[in-house]
Design a binder for this molecule. Structure first.
Ligand code: XMP
Length: 607
């Protein structure tokens, strides 16, 4: 088979690296993530090269030794954010710390350029940077400058180009959906400037990936961990296609952290897909709850769950006496990148299928993960091509560690300085009828590509309307120190005080969460919201609110495409009211809130 034209994305550790590649693949052009330290020669065959953003700041602790010679290969280059600054620096421009620019901004385009072909003179773009290109290198021109949403703070050189060399730098992130016409800019680069042929299709991937599976597995067998979610189901069908059923064994581990009646329905679904004969279902609740006993730190919990999956896998692999067996996992892209999959990326969360035990097995060549470079949308397309039924394809994603990461355990925190924070919050909420209660727990978030572990605030007061609410939730974490998440109280109480309660993972809390989660899912279904809402975690936070209950319940409906970024979803007043009323009827529940934060700065899950 002829090799496909391809585009390299140099991974400097920005959170959106794989998003760039996925968007290019969606145009039908193969794109792969590459290490910027690889030898220059290994980049010669690409049609184009993209330099990603980075958590590093170019002006100071910038990259030292990456293979900058790729900029001399004569191949078209496009840089975003940090990559844009590197292009300018390499040719003799200067980069300096400037005012931070974060969120939506308006780009004013000054010069015609093929990179902006078909666009207007003003474009909405998404920024996240603290450094800027100040002086342009010889031969480069300024294509555009940017201003924030209020028209203030003009940043020069937000887009630059050397048309002769086909080198382009954009200070913003066209790969993020919030850059409204980012897709068009990427397309202009890939198809028009690089001249790449669009012949990479997900349907071809069945045969290409099957061949790769056969090559890796050789004459061994695969024991696939099948959670029943879309990823592992697509993976199971792909293995079946590649290897047949004799050498494929499915292990569904009920980790005790599943949703209500989940394992039974998973078994029924996999059987319906013709995978029944290969399937073994084990109840490992005791193993998981034992490993989690007393743990409160989110990362420790994740590691305990991941390790227990491997222990149970090893035990059953031995019992099944399969001979040489590889561990199959339906790992997809966000599971790897958010664990700090690239050497420059910060670890936001360790995904259960990326704990050190699994990493070690990967090193030993004992793991086969045929979807590890695909996004959810691509996995769903592949599932469709493999004949997976629509209901399974459209299931909401559910994390491997399950309800284990939705039962917040919240170690006590002593860094909440209510006086300073209250003053900052009051200033930020001036002119609204809302009041903010900082909560004495923390949750995980991501700010400027780095992990954040900070406090949520509970907003209390008359509903200001969805747009205002989400605008406030966007503004608060930027203006108030130590905040990464905003909740809005919907249970009809007017909380004055939230007191921390020691909380671990117990059967009682799990039982409660299962009931509440089932009700929330049912309410979304009844209101016809299951398709619009991409995912909706329900979270128990161990807090006593004004002397009531032992849990604050948080419902987090979100809109997303690839889980790398997300926006809160408006589920409407009726659905909201129904959920609030039902959840408040439980004695253990002291208050109910919806999470109205985007990702970033909050992640989708709380831990
Ligand atoms: P976050 O919370 O990082 O989640 O914004 C992004 C997406 O990943 C899911 N998630 C996981 N999936 N293993 C998984 O298989 C994990 O350890 C894990 N942690 C988070 C999460 O539900 C969301 O869809």
């Amino acid at each position: 088979m002829e090799p496909h034209d391809s585009i390299a994305v140099l991974d400097f550790g920005g959170q959106y690296v794989h998003l760039i590649a996925t968007k290019i693949r969606a145009m039908g052009v193969f794109s792969e993530i590459r290490d910027p330290d690889d030898p220059v020669e290994s980049f010669r065959h690409y049609k184009g090269i993209i330099l990603s953003g980075s958590p590093a700041l170019s002006a100071h602790d910038g990259e030292s030794g990456w293979s900058r010679g790729v900029l001399d290969l004569g191949i078209p280059v496009l840089g975003f954010c940090f990559g844009h600054q590197e292009i300018a620096k390499y040719s003799g421009g200067t980069v300096e710390h400037t005012d931070r620019e974060y969120g939506a901004a308006t780009l004013t385009i000054l010069n015609d350029s093929p990179i902006f072909s078909g666009l207007s003179k003003e474009e909405t773009v998404w920024m996240s940077h603290g450094d800027s290109v100040m002086e342009l290198p010889d031969g480069f021109v300024e294509l555009g400058y940017s201003a924030d949403a209020h028209g203030k703070q003009s940043h020069r050189n937000s887009a630059i180009a050397h048309e002769g060399k086909k080198q382009y730098g954009l200070q913003f992130h066209p790969e993020v959906d919030d850059t409204v016409n980012g897709h068009r800019m990427l397309r202009n680069f890939v198809i028009d400037i690089c001249g790449a042929k669009a012949d990479w299709k997900i349907e071809n991937q069945i045969e290409e990936r099957s061949a790769a599976i056969r090559e890796q597995v050789g004459d061994k067998s695969v024991l696939l961990l099948a959670s029943g979610g879309v990823d592992s189901s697509v993976c199971a069908l792909l293995f079946k296609h590649a290897l047949g059923t004799d050498r494929l064994h499915l292990l569904h581990i009920d980790n005790g952290l599943m949703r209500k009646d989940e394992s039974a329905s998973v078994e029924a679904n996999l059987t319906r897909m013709g995978l029944g004969p290969s399937l073994r279902v084990v109840d490992a609740t005791d193993d998981f709850l034992g490993a989690l006993e007393g743990l409160v730190d989110p990362e420790q919990k994740r590691k305990a769950i991941g390790d227990t999956f491997i222990e149970v896998f090893e035990r059953h692999a031995a019992e099944l006496d399969l001979g040489a067996v590889l561990l199959g996992q339906g790992t997809i892209y966000p599971d790897t990148i958010e664990t700090g999959g690239s050497k420059r990326a910060d670890t936001i969360k360790t995904h259960h299928n990326r704990v050190p035990l699994v990493e070690q097995m990967i090193q030993e060549g004992r793991v086969v993960e045929p979807l590890a470079d695909l996004y959810k949308v691509e996995v769903r397309e592949l599932g469709h091509a493999l004949g997976l039924d629509a209901a399974s394809i459209d299931r909401h994603p559910f994390p491997g560690p399950g309800l284990g990461i939705r039962l917040a355990c919240a170690p006590p925190t002593d860094d909440l300085d209510p006086t300073t924070m209250r003053a900052e919050l009051e200033a930020a909420l001036e002119g609204t009828q809302l009041r903010a209660l900082p909560l004495p727990v923390k949750s995980v978030g991501v700010k400027a590509d780095l992990r954040s572990y900070e406090h949520p605030v509970l907003l209390v007061g008359p509903d200001p309307g969805w747009d205002t609410l989400t605008a406030i939730a966007t503004a608060l974490p930027k203006r108030v120190h130590g905040i990464n998440r905003c909740l809005y109280e919907i249970g009809g109480s007017t909380p004055q005080q939230a007191r921390h309660i020691p909380g671990t993972i117990t059967r009682a809390r799990l039982g409660l969460l299962r009931e509440l989660d089932a009700f929330v899912m049912d309410a979304l279904e009844r209101h016809g919201l299951m398709k619009t809402v991409w995912q909706c975690p329900t979270v128990l936070v161990p807090l006593e609110v004004d002397g009531h209950g032992t849990e604050l319940v948080v419902v987090r409906p979100i809109l997303s495409e690839r889980a790398m970024t997300a926006r809160p979803a408006d589920i409407g007043p009726e659905c909201r009211a129904e959920i609030a009323e039902k959840l408040m009827s439980y004695d253990a529940v002291g208050a109910v809130a919806i999470d109205v934060t985007s990702k970033p700065p909050a992640t989708i899950e709380w831990e």
